[in-house]
Design a protein around this ligand. Sequence first.
Ligand code: GDP
Ligand code: ZN
Length: 369
Amino acid sequence: MSSEETPEEDSQGISSKRRHHRNRRVNAMEYWQKGIMDESPIKERWSREFKNPRLKHIVPPAEQDPNQKQADGLVVEVHRRTCEVRMDGEDLTSVTARYRATVIDELGEFPAVGDRVTLGRASDDAEYMLLKVHPRRSALTRPGPKDRINQQLTQAANVDQVVIVASVAQPPFNYGFADRFLLAAAFSNLPLIMVLNKMDLVDALPPEAEDFLSLVDRCIPISAESGEGVDELREILAHKVSVFSGQSGVGKSTLINRLVPSALLRTGDVRVKDGKGRHTTTSASLFDLPGGGMVIDTPGIRALGILDLEPIDLARCFPGFFPDGNFTCRFNDCTHQEEPGCAVLAALEEGRLPLARYDSYLRILSSGN
Ligand code: GDP
Ligand code: ZN
């Protein structure tokens, strides 16, 4: 039904039209039989009720319908009730769009940075509503209760690779954090690149970091401060969408500022006071790489530190336990603690598995998250 054909009418006109309608309603059967019945009485009745101040105020659908003007875009930031979207074909400015409860219900969670979405609004100066989240080609997610709505599970959408930024000193290499990231990337079927920052502070790779060399897809030692190794990283990031995460203090902001000069992220000891490029948000944010490709910066440890894996899933997919992907313990539900015929304990005893990896597994297993 459309209310666009609002007939101009004065008080005189209304009463004469009303009489006209009544006649037409009475004669409806006759009209229908003659085959000349159309929808116009219904349309006119709608506009009459809308114009009558004694009736409940009804906003005509055309004025409130956010489907009126639709456009697609890319989510660059996510908040509790809104998200920032860069519209296709627009420059780098983004618009704020409010979530529609039905869209969030349908998706089962909030949209994520990197999501392709359709926005709509009722008119050129009405606010944007999020109408649709397009299917994701990939996502960095953390396992969690899928039935819980409004709990953000997807950290970034439509990504090609995960980059974990770790430091080799100040703070020292964090084994558990690296493992949690490895798990998250494995769970999401995404390649993992490990960046070892602050190499200017050490003479050689710390031995703990070496345990990961065979587990990650690439390992790149760099110094975000001096710029050493950053070119190699640039090549790996070119024309791809990469999610960056890292424990606070490892130099992730320093690195992103070097890769994306316009990012202006606040670093450990520099405070940008002008408010222009300040990103104090707890949400992930998306940046364009100068040569093509994108970087999604996530608020690290909070986003992915929590893994909701069942012990048996952890036992099956812990990185490095079953290098060729086959679960070879005697018992299907083996958690590699004291079960007989455990392939992991055997590998540990024979020195094929570093003790640090096994310890890291036990820590994550017992932390229960
Ligand atoms: P974030 O919390 O991971 O974003 O870390 P920041 O980028 O804020 O850096 C934390 C501190 O580490 C700052 O004082 C940086 O100056 C310092 N830092 C960052 N990268 C390097 C590096 O490559 N070498 C050294 N020596 N210090 C660094
Ligand atoms: Zn086992």
